[in-house]
Design a protein around this ligand. Structure first.
Ligand SMILES: Cc1cc2nc3c(=O)[nH]c(=O)nc-3n(C[C@H](O)[C@H](O)[C@H](O)COP(=O)(O)OP(=O)(O)OC[C@H]3O[C@@H](n4cnc5c(N)ncnc54)[C@H](O)[C@@H]3O)c2cc1C
Length: 410
């Protein structure tokens, strides 16, 4: 039977309500807002340096995208590296791409160091060609990545792909074998325990309602009382709200959805390559998750899944859930400091490895006082054209229609 719930949550005990009983301290060195990969990874690093650190999470730890995602631990950025070179030049592009490789290494290292049982492995990731000319583009990409980034990606022909993933619909693929995969809920749970082990105090149900700078200090009003902090780091991703209005205006929250089937037979799992269930996701609706967008997405995703894998026609979909992505107006991830408040935002669905990495490296930059030198701070963080955006994405229905139109004419 189909339920609107997150399959990953059935595989671990998420850090939960027990956090609510810890009273908030009056003063801390660093208040981290948001209890996902960004916040937890940053908090762990800051606490290891001896700082007194709290994580303030509006819901429960790991509640956001960090326990809802597809677990793909990816190299590269949301934007193609060709576009990054065109916009920012070779030097910046090379630094950013290197960060993406380091981010996958970092996840692997943290998983090993902290003994996190989340099934991390370097499975690689595939980009599939849904049209013949996509495959031609992949051929250029192999040479481009080798020449510009000394990075090997490999073509997979249509026939090879069929025997690899059991689907006939694609015209081939590009594989990057450096990428990995993991169970996101188990990973965020492990990261939370690792942060606690380093001395971080995690506070669930502690939504920050307002944040005010007075001199060099910050005064935070949370739903569990006030707090003073020497520094603040924001890692609120697609859930960025009113308390950090300036940042909210630069983030477009977009829904992303996943279905999980019942357990597959051994033969089917072998033919299609998943472990035991097919996890199938996409941006089936533009608006963030609610009962309606989730229900609609379940239908759309099931239909798309059967187009790709007709073998799953009689397999039940048991779980459907959604989460919110944080797009920026230039589709890039941004880190920096705004009015003394540090942030790392804008992963746009590419944040499992990157949020872990940027959480840690932004924390290091806070300690060293050199955030401006961070590669992801070396370009502007744009707001909406003409300032026509206050955090409510009124233009999404039009954007949705526009993209459907583009898909149709492409
Ligand atoms: C369905 C889905 C599939 C995805 N698949 C992939 C994938 O396969 N690979 C990949 O690389 N990325 C993927 N992503 C993206 C990835 O999950 C995110 O980029 C990453 O988890 C972001 O981590 P974060 O810590 O920055 O944010 P989140 O995990 O979203 O955490 C932000 C937290 O901030 C809290 N918060 C917000 N406002 C406040 C406040 N005022 N006070 C206190 N707390 C607050 C929220 O409650 C939330 O828990 C996917 C995302 C979704 C939704």
């Amino acid at each position: 039977m189909l339920t609107q719930s997150n399959y990953w949550h059935t595989t671990t005990h998420m850090p939960g309500e027990e956090n609510t009983i810890t009273p908030l301290p009056e003063k801390v060195d660093v208040a981290v807002i948001g209890g996902g990969y960004t916040g937890l990874s940053a908090a762990r690093t800051l606490a290891k340096s001896g700082a007194k650190v709290v994580v303030l999470e509006a819901e429960t730890i790991g509640w956001g995208a960090s326990s809802r995602n597809g677990g793909m631990t990816l190299t590269g950025l949301k934007v193609s590296m060709q576009t990054v070179i065109k916009k920012y030049g070779r030097d910046i592009a090379r630094r950013l791409f290197q960060c993406s490789l380091d981010s996958v290494d970092m996840v692997e290292q943290i998983v090993q160091e902290e003994n996190i049982d989340c099934g991390f492995a370097r499975y690689g990731h595939l980009l599939t060609a849904s049209k013949p000319d996509h495959y031609d583009g992949f051929k250029n990409e192999v040479d481009f990545m080798a020449k510009e980034f000394n990075h090997a990606v490999r073509l997979v022909t249509q026939n090879e792909l069929r025997s690899e993933i059991g689907s006939n619909v694609y015209y081939g693929a590009l594989v990057d074998e450096v990428s990995g995969g993991l169970n996101p809920a188990q990973y965020v749970t492990g990261l939370a325990h690792a942060a606690e082990k380093a001395g971080v105090v995690l506070h669930a149900r502690a939504r920050v309602n307002s944040l005010e700078r007075r001199g060099t200090r910050f005064f935070l009003q949370t739903e569990r009382g006030p707090l003073t902090a020497e520094s603040v780091l924001v890692g609120t991703s697609g859930y960025t709200g009113n308390a950090t209005k300036r940042l909210q205006r630069k983030i477009i929250p977009i829904g992303s959805f996943i279905i999980a089937t019942e357990r597959l037979s051994e033969e089917l799992a072998y033919e299609l390559s998943p472990r035991n269930r097919m996890i199938f996701g996409g941006r089936a609706a533009f608006f963030p998750e609610n009962k309606n967008t989730i229900a609609r997405s379940a239908e759309i995703l099931r239909r798309e899944m059967i187009e790709v894998y007709p073998q799953l026609k009689n397999v039940q979909v048991e779980y459907v859930w959604g989460g919110t992505l944080d797009f920026t107006f230039d589709m890039m991830t941004h880190v920096g400091e705004s009015d003394g408040v540090y942030y790392s935002l804008g992963y746009a669905g590419h944040g499992v490895a990157m949020a872990t990495y940027l959480g840690k490296t932004v924390a290091e930059a806070m300690l060293a006082g050199n955030i401006k030198e961070h590669p992801f701070a070396s370009f502007d963080f744009p707001g909406a054209p003409l300032g026509l955006y206050n955090g409510f994405p009124w233009f999404l229905p039009f954007a949705g229609a526009w993209h459907k139109f583009l898909d149709w004419i492409e």
